[in-house]
Design a protein around this ligand. Structure first.
Ligand SMILES: NC(=O)c1ccc[n+]([C@@H]2O[C@H](COP(=O)([O-])OP(=O)(O)OC[C@H]3O[C@@H](n4cnc5c(N)ncnc54)[C@H](OP(=O)(O)O)[C@@H]3O)[C@@H](O)[C@H]2O)c1
Length: 218
């Protein structure tokens, strides 16, 4: 399986690259700069101990991968998509991991997207034939990016196409100690994005850093 990361040079991209590569996927880290992509890929491969990750431009990554994770800051999601719009192909799945939370003087603030959630905003902007799925929004990036930490949590996956949702769940299920949970239609991203705000608050209240979710009873 090929996994692409649109803007995969930040900590979220690093975490997904390390986890998917360790699970046996071929990972393509996209960037606006081929040099930055190559540097990130080489850093990730050093951690992995094997050359499993390739760095390339965002358009080259989109030409290769059918499952593409959008890992840019939430406020740049639309400009990142517009910047690469000519490179998307019908049949691709875009997995949105963005969370519309900004920090003001250290305090997290939820920025309510007009579309209901950032995932729905992104879905409205994508060319026809691309399915949007939201996932990985509630897992802390620095936990994902630390291969020594067992995830031991659920990853909530939502999207309007059942087959796209199933493909993302199947990919996420390859990652050790991560349980994919089908969260239903894309509008459930409204809840998932706010759950991340809850996790940030819990971390602060309990002086922790890795709060994440496990659902009992399913
Ligand atoms: N932090 C968490 O715990 C957590 C948890 C769940 C989800 N997330 C989400 O993960 C996403 C990525 O977070 P991060 O901390 O990894 O982000 P980041 O380091 O700030 O940015 C990631 C990459 O996005 C690219 N980028 C930045 N501005 C761009 C623009 N205007 N157009 C195109 N690409 C741009 C850059 O890559 P190049 O310069 O190489 O192109 C950058 O390295 C965020 O949306 C965040 O909400 C974070």
């Amino acid at each position: 399986m090929d996994i692409g990361l649109l803007g995969g040079t930040g900590i979220e991209g690093k975490g997904l690259a390390l986890r998917f590569a360790a699970a046996g996927a071929a990972v393509f880290v996209g960037s606006r700069s081929e040099e930055r992509a190559a540097g990130a890929a080489s850093q990730y491969n050093e951690i992995l101990g094997k050359p499993l990750v390739t760095g390339c431009s965002n358009p080259d990554m989109l030409a290769r991968c059918n499952l593409v994770f959008l890992t840019v800051p939430f406020e740049h999601a639309l400009s990142a998509i517009h910047g690469a719009v000519g490179s998307f192909r019908a049949g691709q799945i875009l997995v949105d991991v963005t969370v519309p939370i900004a920090f003001h003087r250290g305090r997290p603030e939820f920025i309510q997207p007009d579309a209901g959630s950032n995932a729905e905003l992104i879905a409205q902007q994508l060319p026809a034939g691309i399915d949007t799925v939201a996932a990985f929004k509630t897992i802390p990036a620095h936990v994902l990016a630390d291969p020594q930490t067992e995830l031991r949590c659920d990853v909530f996956v939502c999207g309007d196409s059942q087959s796209a949702r199933e493909k993302v769940m199947s990919a996420a299920g390859m990652i050790h100690s991560l349980r994919p949970v089908d969260a239903g239609e894309l509008q459930m991203a409204r809840v998932l994005e706010r759950m991340t705000l809850l996790a940030i608050h819990l971390n602060r209240r309990y002086k922790q850093k890795g709060a994440r979710f496990i659902v009992q009873g399913i």
